[in-house]
Design a protein around this ligand. Sequence first.
Ligand SMILES: [Zn+2]
Length: 319
Amino acid sequence: MHFKSVQYASPQGGIKLMVTGAVHGNEVCGTKAILRLMKQFESGELALIQGSVTFVPITNPLAYEKQQRMGDRNLNRNLYPRADPQDFEDRIANWLCPLLADHDVLLDLHSFHTGGVPFALVGPLDNAHRLEPFKFAREEEAMARALGVTRFVDGWLDTYAKGVKNRMQRQAKGDLSVDDISADIKYGVGTTEYMRENGGYAITLECGQHEDPHAPEVAYNAILNTLAHLGMIQGRTVTYMTGAEALSLCEVIDKDAPGDQFVKVWKSFDEVVKGEVVGHRESGEAVCAPFDGLIVFPNPNAKPGQEWFYMARRTHRFD
Ligand SMILES: [Zn+2]
């Protein structure tokens, strides 16, 4: 098993774009789109007029071979190089992180299990806080608008960190007695967060349901749109999305006990009103929506002490 990247570089130099597929092994729309584009670069049908693009068709070859989300663990969490790699994903990180750090922009292509239309996950607004300082929000937003999708989500690392803080407080008070507590803020760092931490900007594009035959097309168009947006190819007109749906993740509710159960099969982006019962604790106590908003990333199979579901609010960021 090996790691593979292919770079096409214009003699003119310029922006260094990286495009990744199959960070999760069962999410292959990006892989298909990348291989299709590589053929076009090889045949001369496509040519770069400036900059370079590095394709990583299969970022997690172990998970890809297993046709599963993860190899030994989720590559898109706790993504840092390690002097003492413990599992296969640590070894990927030791190869992938320096490659990411050597680029300016990342488009990371994924697909999802349930949850409607394709969407882009973007980073925070410009800020100088400790958690995720950033100064390319404008560039990232412009690229997001170019991708060809109509739904945008932000607030990932902030909300993840809030969840971690909450877990640590509850553990200190003795309210939470689980072994496998997800209590490390850095655990929320995946490809895009690593990229921002290393001076670049980055978008995760969720191209559709895993089996959706349109997902590879969404990924393919997004790559072409990104290349055109960055001025790297000629002959493609980019339409910038306005008046789009913008959501901000702002709460995470953990599973406390194995018997905690949802009242129904929630999908990402299902709407709920404040006080609506989302699930019940093992004790029978109702778990209600904390505000009018949307359920995101519901996970009925979460373990105690892990994220059960996220809540997002509508914003005007992509008006
Ligand atoms: Zn994924």
